[in-house]
Design a protein around this ligand. Sequence first.
Ligand SMILES: Nc1ncnc2c1ncn2[C@@H]1O[C@H](COP(=O)(O)OP(=O)(O)OP(=O)(O)O)[C@@H](O)[C@H]1O
Length: 210
Amino acid sequence: MLELAALSITPRGGLPLFAPLTLAIPPGEVCTLMGPSGIGKSTLLDAIGGHLSPDFTLTGDIRLNGQSLLPLPAESRRVGLMFQEALLFPHLSVGDNLAFGLDPAVKPRAARRAAIEAALADAGLAGFYSRDPATLSGGQRARAALMRALLAKPRALLLDEPFSRLDASLRADIRRFTFDHARAEAIPTLLVTHDASDAMATGGPVHHLA
Ligand SMILES: Nc1ncnc2c1ncn2[C@@H]1O[C@H](COP(=O)(O)OP(=O)(O)OP(=O)(O)O)[C@@H](O)[C@H]1O
């Protein structure tokens, strides 16, 4: 369960970006966050992931499975991120990009390779291990980026407009793929989008920042 409790974010010397936000996302639910440009949606995701700029102060709490995330550095929070750009490291193969996400507890080389090959197959990318990410289509890149996030066994997933660069037909496919995985792996997921069809497709609640 990912919980935001009376969460408020204020830039230095300014006013709070939005009214205090309280919400709870149970395992496997995809909750949508909407709101006008500049209200602080991406900043809120930064705060949950542990990447909030020191230019902001935060009040309230962010809890994951009952534990406050606020004292934890980003790398200890185990929160997965997926952005609009579906960024893959350009100097690494597709497989090595996914390896970057893989839980370090999986140690033997063969086990690591097998986990990555299985994730690639799941994403319709069997045989792509050695490919240069620059040679992937937008949809293939989005699926690879999601798999990299999931291989890290995140305890929550934050999606910041991850479908907005995809054309309409691909968009529906990739978002079904993404939400199905969040549900199947029982990961509480927060989606930022401007697109009402994305929000509808989640089957979950919608919160409007104001
Ligand atoms: N370092 C900073 N110091 C103070 N204010 C900042 C800083 N960085 C960003 N802001 C402001 O914080 C606000 C929140 O920005 P944010 O990118 O989170 O909005 P958003 O809702 O994600 O917008 P969009 O929908 O356009 O992506 C904006 O008004 C922005 O101008």
